[in-house]
Ligand binder design. Structure first.
Ligand SMILES: [Zn+2]
Length: 372
């Protein structure tokens, strides 16, 4: 299963802009109103929220039925996300106008037009389609999108999946983001907010040793040296494979059946052969990561889990607390992450796992949690 997210710019005339403004402002107000109720009642059960607030949401804000449903989903998702980041019941405030729209219900999209329900009725808008074409002719599915207003322009964030239909909440018992790194071979972050580090230092050291021996042998041009180089290469491969087996096994056994593992698509890095500095030696790691993912996918299937592969875009630069994206957030040397916006601090491998977890969450709750 592949997922990705696209941001497209919408082209609007004055009256369309007015419809979008009115709708997204109303949506924002409704979310803030419901958020204040939820933080008091401490209830995130959709059916119960529906019984309690649906009528009032519609009357007070003049929302259509579907919009009222989406408001509840948005608020529930925000609180679940905040809680998974360790913020138990602190008030979620929606700072900017936005509007979550469900595919084929609130919006549709073809090569030319974006069509969306607003409080003033259905409107159809052209959009910047560059880079979008390939998603129309393949078997990509569009998820719940988010309409946002930024830099005096209107944008639509659209999550997309390919391969299997969008997962439903009831199919998934747990979400685990897995970040693959060097110091920690794998770092996982789960629905309970627990971080687990699978130490990779030993692996790094061992692979460095293999490399050093290989190098010294390379300087001798003898047949026996070449033979030994090959043997060492095979031993190294077996070693890494063995470690990958152990870690992926630990992961699939650790979590309950129905877990959704979220990993990065590192195939780009595999080509580029990412190099990591280890005491004046360089260790190529990319093929090991690729193998890790293959083994995880294989084992996940046996254990009744799923693996979701997402784009690695911004996973190491995004603040999981406030959503701020900045290269400066991350200090690669000290392996620390410090948000330049809200000062949130953590280990950088953990940040990666948290952000992958969030990407998984966004799918399950069927609501895109793009911070605006
Ligand atoms: Zn932050």
């Amino acid at each position: 299963m592949k997922i990705c997210q696209q941001l497209i710019q919408l082209y609007v005339n004055e009256s369309q802009a007015e419809s979008l403004r009115l709708t997204s402002k109303t949506y924002q107000k409704a979310c803030n109103w419901l958020s204040e109720k939820v933080v008091v009642s401490k209830n995130l059960n959709q059916r119960q929220l529906n019984n309690l607030y649906y009528k009032e949401l519609r009357q007070r804000f003049g929302l259509k039925s579907q919009m009222a449903q989406s408001v509840m989903k948005t608020v529930i998702a925000s609180y679940k996300s905040a809680q998974s980041n360790g913020h138990e019941w602190s008030l979620v405030h929606y700072k900017h106008p936005s509007y979550d729209v469900v595919w084929n219900r609130d919006y549709s999209l073809n090569e030319r037009l974006f069509s969306v329900n607003t409080l003033a009725g259905r409107i159809k808008l052209p959009f910047e389609s560059k880079g979008m074409q390939k998603y129309f002719n393949d078997d990509w599915k569009f998820g719940t999108a988010k309409l946002v207003y930024k830099f005096n322009k209107w944008f639509l964030h659209i999550p997309m999946t390919k391969g299997i239909p969008l997962l439903k909440e009831q199919d998934v018992t747990n979400i685990v983001g897995i970040d693959l790194g060097i110091n920690f071979l794998a770092t996982s972050y789960d629905s309970k907010g627990k971080t687990t580090f699978f130490n990779g230092r030993k692996v790094k050291h061992k692979r460095g040793q293999f490399k050093a021996v290989r190098k010294s042998l390379q300087q001798r041009q003898t047949t026996s040296a070449r033979k030994r180089i090959r043997a060492i290469g095979q031993r190294e491969n077996r070693y890494v494979r063995d470690v990958n087996h152990q870690v992926t096994k630990a992961l699939v056994e650790r979590y309950p059946k129905g877990t959704l593992f979220v990993v990065e698509d590192l195939t780009g890095i595999r080509q580029a052969t990412e190099k990591v500095h280890v005491k004046n030696r360089y260790v190529s790691v990319s093929w090991a990561f690729y193998q890790f993912r293959q083994l995880l996918e294989y084992k996940a299937q046996l254990y009744g889990h799923k693996v979701m592969v997402v784009s690695p875009k911004y996973t190491s630069q995004t603040c999981p607390k406030c959503g701020h994206i900045a290269k400066r957030n991350r200090n690669k040397k000290t392996h620390t992450f410090t948000c330049v916006n809200c000062s949130y601090q953590s280990n950088d491998d953990r940040i990666g796992a948290m952000n992958l977890y969030r990407k998984g969450m966004a799918y399950i709750s069927d609501t895109v949690m793009v911070k605006v």
